[in-house]
Design a protein around this ligand. Sequence first.
Ligand SMILES: NC(=O)C1=CN([C@@H]2O[C@H](COP(=O)(O)OP(=O)(O)OC[C@H]3O[C@@H](n4cnc5c(N)ncnc54)[C@H](O)[C@@H]3O)[C@@H](O)[C@H]2O)C=CC1
Ligand SMILES: N[C@@H](CC=O)C(=O)O
Ligand code: NA
Length: 445
Amino acid sequence: MSKSIKLAILGLGTVGTGVLDLLKDNLKELKRRSGHDIVITQVGTRRQRDDIDPTIKQNSDLMAIAESDDVDIVVEVIGGMTVAKEVIIHAIKNGKHVVTANKALLAEHGNEIFALAEEHNVHVAYEAAVAGGIPIIKVLREALAANKIDWLTGIINGTGNFIMSEMRDKGRDFDDVLAEAQELGYAEADPTFDVEGIDAAHKLALLASIAFGIPLQFDKVYSEGITKITLQDVTYAEELGYRIKHLGFAVRRYDEQESDATDKKLTGIELRVHPTLIPEDKLLANVNGVKNAVLVNSHPLGQTLYYGDGAGAGATASAVMADVMDLIRVLTVKDGHHVPHLAFMPNQLSDTPVLAADQMITGYYLRLEAKDTPGVLADVTRILSDAGINIDAILQKPAHQKGQVPIIILTLPVIENQMNSAINKIEALEAITSDVVRIRLHELD
Ligand SMILES: NC(=O)C1=CN([C@@H]2O[C@H](COP(=O)(O)OP(=O)(O)OC[C@H]3O[C@@H](n4cnc5c(N)ncnc54)[C@H](O)[C@@H]3O)[C@@H](O)[C@H]2O)C=CC1
Ligand SMILES: N[C@@H](CC=O)C(=O)O
Ligand code: NA
């Protein structure tokens, strides 16, 4: 029998308005798919708006909405940590299912929120929290549930990718493109979250949990943003056949000494987001603008790639409403399905350690400036070889006006702490006149 499912939308910014628009455009289609009517009964807004359907109650008291009898599903799209957390917890305690796009909140407080939801037998759905409209949460929790995931990597911040693409393709200024990303509704309320890698780190924490079955550990994600990337690095990277992209990596690391490939001991998990050199012929190197892409390597399936808009009203509303549709099934089907919040049974989460940042293994792009004197290059390469670091390519550019010679080196993979000590030694050489710029290479294949 057809029912009326009552929604409350908290926050009418980019995403909240996108959800209202999607419902206006696709309501009939949603009914055909779910078999039920979807009715927005309340919206949580700070001020009364005259562009909202008068049958919808506008309410500035979010806690009252979260406990209201005329709400089945609370959609939290206000963002931030404080009010959003309080209102989600209140909704859960009042037996409401929740849909949220708030990766910052879940990455930092998801363990507590999901445990509370289990206790109250409700769901907290969060497809919009990672990679915008790409259904990557559903893929990892459900579509790949039969696989063992060894690693995933991807471009998971639309604003950052939009900025880097516009700068590279059109030579535009960083601040100018960031302002456009804000106007287009891509950026976080605090855009340093986008450009300093924090937003990508939030998303990576979520992806790693549902890929590997580990608790959320945002505090252990190593993160670097895009603010230090120069056009010069982009150009040198291209001369060497690479593109620079901001990527997240979640990688299971095994003891390489074990001889039996099928029974290698899991030593830890690498979690990191940072600018990365990718060979220009790889698909990820050609994901541009606000697009995101996530590449997942799982056994026995192999590599699969998920691509689409990572931010913006329509894409994010699509993910929010997909969660609503799932919850309608939970509300209307007897003994509705229940995918665990972090994809694995809560008592089966593993305590595999997240490796310290100085234990991560990657190749490097290094750029440094040297005095134009004989023997400098030999000194640099000796330091690298003494540290057991193999060089893959070297580019020495002609001296520029100040008489300095730019040197660009690509290395094979090395443990980060070995590279740290080699860089310290290189920077201490009398003939080296700059800090060493380092960008990690994409190594997963
Ligand atoms: N914009 C995007 O492309 C994406 C955003 N998200 C997430 O979705 C959430 C919302 O993002 P946006 O819509 O972009 O932000 P926004 O800043 O455009 O919208 C938030 C809205 O909530 C309202 N609000 C804040 N506190 C409130 C309160 N106490 N009572 C009533 N209204 C309140 C604000 O006035 C604003 O209208 C954030 O958690 C964000 O990280 C996730 C994926 C993509
Ligand atoms: N600010 C985020 C929005 C989506 O998550 C981004 O740019 O990716
Ligand atoms: Na998504």
